[in-house]
Design a protein around this ligand. Structure first.
Ligand code: CNA
Length: 320
């Protein structure tokens, strides 16, 4: 998208963030936590990325990468948990995404889905950053906890994405697991009606394949998880790393792999032996604190890929 001033999208955003100094951000955090700056590690990371020395990147992402697309995360102040708990007067926020709540009162999730699907959210710069690296042939997998499907809208091939917590692209009966035509479910929901499973004798409401508390993750997650040791760079972004079993992924990486955490808040450092060791000089762990879009664009800039990235987004948008 071109602006009135004829500046490219990347140029405009880069301008906005040019005062953001990643090392300064880290130093500020370091002062609070009495940590050493990590600029050498950052520069080392950039030079390896730039020279295509990482050949098997694994992304592990969460709700934070979609907040700039207009979708609130769960646990931040004013996030989805707080909003839904207040709206539906639930005793705990998790209750909304509990399978037993759905069985008792499916309509609240139907209402949520209707709003969510009609919003037509668009990918963030971080989604495009993942797509860019994928199209460069550098990405092995993208493990996401997100259910918004924005990875696909950003042009990432489906076989590269592991939707650990499902998405709104498929539907099924949560009781007998019969696959349901997604269009049929969406149409029914548009009319404010519930679609019941044609297979189950007792009325069982059908549901989008979004994984609820109390439901098992897709088998694909467990299959692809085994290959995580093949990754040479893990980029963990926009997640509080609190939901099991997803949160254990970064700790399953090969110990020689580089792990980069891009997050507004520090997470995962207290995980014992396998946890991040940002302060150890001989560890390959790097924390870049800040907003995912800003950091993605800073990395693009530091790698000298601005023009290429801009062209890439333009082409993607022209294709769609
Ligand atoms: P969470 O627990 O809400 O944590 C979000 C994390 O991201 C926090 O550490 C924030 O500090 C950080 N964060 C927020 N905004 C930014 C940003 N712009 N840049 C960098 N960091 C940021 O969310 P998790 O994903 O860890 O929790 C897992 C849940 C959330 C999964 O089950 C998801 O299905 C669920 N969820 C998904 C969506 C979505 O699909 N977009 C939205 C909300 C919740």
């Amino acid at each position: 998208m071109e602006s009135k001033t004829n500046k490219t999208e990347v140029e405009q955003i880069s301008e906005r963030i040019k005062n953001i100094d990643i090392n300064k951000e880290v130093e500020e955090q370091d002062t609070k936590n009495e940590k050493k700056p990590e600029s050498t590690k950052y520069l080392d990371f950039i030079s390896q990325l730039k020279e295509n020395r990482f050949k098997s990147i694994i992304f592990m992402t969460g709700a934070g990468i979609s907040t700039s697309s207009g979708i609130p995360d769960f646990r931040s102040k004013g996030g989805l948990f707080q909003q839904l708990q207040e709206k539906y007067e639930l005793s705990t926020p998790e209750e909304f995404f509990d399978i037993n709540t759905f069985k008792k009162n499916p309509m609240i999730f139907y209402e949520f889905s209707k709003d969510f699907l009609s919003a037509d959210y668009q990918p963030s710069q971080f989604h495009y950053f993942m797509s860019f690296l994928t199209h460069k042939g550098l990405v092995k997998f993208i493990f996401t906890q997100n259910i918004d499907g924005l990875e696909l809208k950003a042009g990432i091939p489906k076989d590269k994405i592991i939707f650990a917590h499902g998405n709104f692209l498929e539907a099924h009966c949560p009781k007998c697991h019969l696959s349901i035509d997604i269009n049929e479910l969406n149409k029914k929901n548009e009319k404010g009606e519930i679609l019941y499973c044609p297979n189950c004798k007792k009325k069982s409401p059908c549901k989008w394949k979004v994984v609820f508390y109390g439901e098992d993750l897709d088998q694909n997650f467990y299959l692809k998880r085994r290959e995580i040791t093949e990754g040479d760079l893990g980029i963990i972004c926009g997640t509080s790393l609190l939901v099991q079993p997803f949160c254990l992924l970064p700790y399953m990486m090969n110990k020689n792999a580089t792990r980069v955490l891009i997050n507004r808040d520090m997470v995962g450092e207290t995980r014992g032996k396998a946890g991040f060791k940002f302060n150890k000089e001989d560890s390959h762990d790097l924390f870049i604190q800040g907003y995912s879009d800003d950091i993605a664009l800073q990395i693009i800039k530091d790698c000298g890929w601005e023009k290429e990235f801009d062209e890439f987004i333009k082409n993607l948008k022209n294709q769609s």
